[in-house]
Design a protein. Sequence first.
Length: 87
Amino acid sequence: MTTHTEVDVFETTIQKTNSLLKDIDEELGWGDRRKQAYAGLRAVLHALRDRLPVTEAANFAAQLPMLVRGFYFEGWKPESVPKKMPS
């Protein structure tokens, strides 16, 4: 049986993620384009993740809200990182 506390964890991460996307929207002046903010955040997180050593990538992820951490790690292949930035 699901407890109230377990449900709160999901509600909290959704709230934190929505707040983060709203902040990105406001900072970039996009006017409530959450899909665009999500796509931008995801692209930046994947670029960062793929260029960090595995330990640093994992330590950084630990600071992210649970939902954001999920799409941060989506498709990650730690055996092939860090990648070098193109010159």
